[in-house]
Design a protein around this ligand. Structure first.
Ligand SMILES: [Ca+2]
Ligand SMILES: [Ca+2]
Ligand SMILES: [Ca+2]
Length: 153
């Protein structure tokens, strides 16, 4: 009897493992904000080792800035910030002025590449709990869990 139970548990475990390998985590279980971060981190992990290094993150952040900076002057104007917001389901309800203010540390009304990159690198530092310059899978999970625990705004 006991053997049989163990077998069943083993088979279920194997099935579970296959399901987990076959697909992404159950998408519906995550809020849009968390799902976006999961996708972003996956996108950043260009060598697919499950860890996101600071260099990988910075490369992604710079590429994203360039994609928003449609006239390529190295700064995001209000129009370009509006485009950035529209591209993301997570921030589309935020105002251009609020978002600009979040990034615009020198107060010139534009988001420079440095302002954008610095802010995203400081987010990285906050996620990198053991400060080894890499966001491990565990650290990614910690941040996602933290976001999931926050009340929806
Ligand atoms: Ca990596
Ligand atoms: Ca600025
Ligand atoms: Ca780390």
């Amino acid at each position: 009897m006991r053997t049989k139970l163990v077998c069943v548990a083993g088979a279920l475990g194997a099935l579970w493992g296959m399901a987990a390998m076959a697909a992404e985590p159950p998408a519906a279980a995550l809020s849009p904000a968390s799902q976006m971060l999961v996708d972003r981190l996956k996108q950043a992990d260009t060598n697919h080792d499950g860890n996101v290094t600071k260099a990988e993150w910075e490369t992604l952040v710079k590429a994203r800035f360039a994609s928003f900076d449609t006239n390529a002057d190295g700064k995001l104007s209000a129009d370009e910030v509006a485009g950035m917001l529209a591209s993301s389901p997570n921030t589309s309800s935020m105002s251009v002025a609020d978002v600009t203010k979040t990034y615009d540390t020198d107060g010139d009304g534009m988001v420079s590449q440095k302002e954008y990159v610095d802010r995203n690198l400081s987010r990285f530092d906050a996620w990198d709990l053991n400060h080894d310059g890499t966001i491990s899978a565990d650290e990614q999970k910690t941040e996602i869990d933290r976001m999931e625990a926050m009340p929806p705004r």
